[in-house]
Design a protein around this ligand. Structure first.
Ligand SMILES: Nc1ncnc2c1ncn2[C@@H]1O[C@H](COP(=O)(O)OP(=O)(O)OP(=O)(O)O)[C@@H](O)[C@H]1O
Ligand SMILES: [Mg+2]
Length: 338
């Protein structure tokens, strides 16, 4: 704590420093003259007293500014770890606190960027290494160029393509290059279309006769939003639901008007999301340990994309447990269109 840290205005602080210095020097001159030091000696002593006063009282008034200047120079070189002392309550203290907040935000953004680069490289390397291994075997004549080998390669190429597309989607959403096209539309046809596509995908990927049911309440429910974007949200949720469903499982895709909101829900009968992971599954590249240990499955971007789109609609998305087992993904959109 420095002498004037309690004061909330820099003007008051300067006033006190000036008044203090003037009183101190005047007293020093009067005392010097009465003690017979003469004008010259008294003036020298009073100057020293004045400087001392300013040194003591104004201590720390400008040091945060110097600290900020040096921290900014470090930031320019990519080091976001420095924070400045922010004990005073005046405008400089406020600036110091704002500076620290900005530094913390920049540090976090930098961490996210680094993680993203590391994750992307890792996710790209896995299918590329697998492809390379198969191609080497083909070139060396260790493996025949038969249908099975080619299919393995195709799966890896598809995985690469999907990853690149998802990354592009995410970066477009984040940078706002493609603004959402809001309009009022019938939810029924969107839900049925998404369910139909999910059924086709499930058949193609050999999912074990999974049923996808659509429920609407009321049947002519309409929503305000970007149909393309919401279609992608539902596709991503249905893709997960189908992938985690047991053989012969049932997936329910439903929409209902709830007070001033529209609630969309995708529920499955799979293992559900473990407690504590409900928020993390929406992070980019997050996959549960169970999903990580199996070779099938995606890259962990589906829910991150879904959350971006829902956020852009001013809505909310959350994962819930379904009793006795299963996962419920709930999307809440604001406003019920008449
Ligand atoms: N319906 C669900 N049941 C159980 N776990 C789920 C479900 N949906 C998502 N998860 C968990 O959340 C993780 C993240 O899901 P997300 O859709 O973001 O990625 P992904 O499905 O692994 O890959 P991608 O969708 O990018 O192909 C999944 O890996 C899985 O562990
Ligand atoms: Mg997914």
């Amino acid at each position: 704590m420095r002498p004037l840290d309690r004061l909330t205005s820099i003007k008051t602080k300067l006033g006190i420093v000036i008044v203090g210095a003037v009183v101190g020097t005047t007293l020093a001159i009067v005392l010097g003259v009465t003690a017979g030091l003469g004008w010259k000696g008294s003036a020298l002593i009073s100057a020293a007293v004045g400087l001392l006063f300013i040194q003591v009282l104004a201590r720390g008034m400008t040091s945060p500014l110097r600290e900020m200047a040096s921290a900014s120079r470090e930031m320019a070189t990519g080091d976001y770890g420095r924070r400045v002392t922010a004990t005073s309550r005046d405008e400089v203290g406020e600036l110091a606190r704002a500076f620290n907040h900005m530094a913390a935000q920049l540090e976090e953004a930098d961490r996210v960027r680094r993680d993203l680069v590391a994750n992307v490289s890792h996710e790209l390397r896995t299918p590329i290494s697998a492809l390379q291994a198969v191609l080497e075997n083909l070139v060396d004549g260790v493996a025949p160029p038969d249908e099975r080998t080619l299919r393995t390669m195709l799966i890896q190429v598809e995985r690469l393509g999907r990853l690149v597309n998802q990354l592009l989607d995410l970066s477009k959403l984040e940078s706002g290059v493609v603004p959402l096209q809001h309009r009022t539309f019938e939810l029924g046809s969107l839900l049925r279309q998404a369910a139909h596509e999910a059924r086709v995908n499930a058949e193609q990927t050999g999912a074990r006769d999974i049923r996808i049911d659509v429920e609407l309440e009321p049947a002519d429910l309409r929503a305000d939003g970007d149909p393309e974007g919401l279609h992608q949200v539902l596709s991503n949720l249905l893709d997960n639901a189908v992938r985690h469903s047991p053989e012969g499982g049932r997936v329910r895709l439903s929409a209902r008007a709830a007070r001033d909101r529209i609630e969309l829900e995708v529920a499955d009968e799979g293992p559900g999301i473990s407690p504590g992971e409900e928020a993390r599954v929406f992070e980019r590249f997050y996959r549960s340990d169970a999903a990580r240990s199996t070779s099938e499955g995606g890259t962990g971007l589906g829910l991150a994309i879904a959350r971006w789109i829902v956020d852009l609609h001013g809505g909310e998305i959350r994962a819930e447990r379904r009793e006795p087992h299963g996962c419920r993904m709930v999307v809440e959109l604001p406003g019920v269109a008449a």
